[in-house]
Design a protein around this ligand. Structure first.
Ligand code: ADP
Ligand code: MG
Length: 338
């Protein structure tokens, strides 16, 4: 048996990257969540070759101080939580401090940032986790991150990537998820130098219409239910409209896109009697509850959550949705958002 050794930081980050950065869309998620956590109002995304060649995110958030630039790329370095208490009530999208370190370990990354109040920006480059010295740069207040050649030096991982168009579709869906959850922010998406998405600030229901299509918006029913600390709201697609795909299923818990068994089950049950069995429901729904009632620290990608009182959530969801969908059967007016 060889002797036990500590793994190098770079290797640790690359192992973590396997979980956090499954594909370009997951790297994009980490970058976009950072921009939102930094209070950005305008977020621009530029991709090349489905994100495999380039993922660039430009934000006008608070920026990163020069002294913190290198630290931002370090594993377990975060400005978002300080102690276990904070972890119990996370209000930011990120908190694990491993997003940038993971991505940087499997790509060439350039991080340029100008902190609010700084005279100019600073840029730092990382080549697969090896940092270069910071250099002065020109940039308005905010942060721009470029990720080049994701997984270029990790062929085992790279070969799991699908075609550029499939990877792009995942990236586009990721932008839509975050745009739906943050209607007060502006998002633009450019792929291979062509504009592909542009969502302006506005009402969340209007944004649903813009991102899920007119047919959805015009026939969907508006949901608005409360029970104690629980609130469910948004648009539930009419059973008659649903397409045969799962493309239009957006569910958010406290502003975070999630996939959860309890929620999926409640949705399936609510739609069961009204939806033809070979169809999928379309919806864009938001569940809000006390942050202490939900654990988001279940998996590095934070797409899974665990509810403290999952039975109560299930019951509330089922009652609310059944009521809303009954309205479609009774022929009452749909939300009719245009
Ligand atoms: P986490 O988001 O979990 O804190 P990350 O590795 O994603 O970990 O980011 C590390 C730190 O870098 C963040 O806590 C934040 O302070 C800083 N940071 C990252 N991206 C941005 C950004 N776009 N604007 C401002 N600060 C950022
Ligand atoms: Mg992060």
């Amino acid at each position: 048996m060889p002797r036990i050794q500590l793994l190098s930081d770079q290797l640790v980050n690359q192992i973590a990257a396997g979980e956090v950065v499954e594909r370009p869309a997951s790297a994009l998620k980490e970058l976009l969540e950072n921009s939102l956590d930094a209070g950005a109002e305008n977020i621009g995304v530029e991709l090349a070759a489905g994100g495999t060649k380039l993922i660039k995110v430009i934000d006008d958030g608070i920026g990163i101080e020069r002294e913190d630039l290198a630290l931002a790329l370090h594993r377990h370095a975060t400005s978002k939580i300080r102690d276990f208490d904070d972890l119990q009530k996370v209000a930011t999208l990120g908190f694990r401090g491993e997003g940038l370190a993971s991505i940087a370990s499997v790509s060439r990354m350039t991080l340029t940032s100008r902190f609010n109040g700084a005279a100019h920006a600073w840029r730092i480059e990382s080549d697969h986790g090896r940092l270069h010295d910071a250099e002065p740069a020109a940039l308005a207040v905010g942060t721009t991150i470029e990720v080049h050649d994701l997984y270029y030096q990790t062929p085992a991982r790279r070969k799991f990537l699908k075609s550029d168009s499939t990877e792009f579709a995942h990236c586009e869906d990721m932008v839509k998820r975050l745009a739906l959850a943050n209607p007060d922010k502006q998002f633009t998406l450019i792929h291979n130098n062509r504009a592909s998405l542009r969502v302006m600030r506005g009402d969340v229901l209007k944004r649903c219409a813009a991102l899920l299509g007119d047919e959805f918006a015009q026939s969907a029913v508006q949901v608005e239910e409360r029970a104690g600390p629980l609130r469910l709201w948004g648009l539930a697609g009419s059973p008659t409209l649903s397409k045969g795909t799962r493309d239009a299923q957006y569910f958010f818990v406290n502003g975070r896109f999630v996939r959860d068994k309890v929620i999926a089950h409640a949705l399936r049950e609510a739609y069961r009697d009204v939806l033809h069995h070979d169809r999928h429901a379309a919806y864009c729904l938001f569940l809000e509850l006390d942050p202490e009632g939900v654990d988001v620290n279940v998996h590095p990608t934070k797409i899974e959550v665990r509810f403290r009182e999952s039975q109560a959530i299930y019951g509330f969801m089922l009652r609310s949705l059944t009521k809303a969908l009954a309205a479609t059967k009774a022929g009452s007016a749909p939300a009719g958002i245009d």
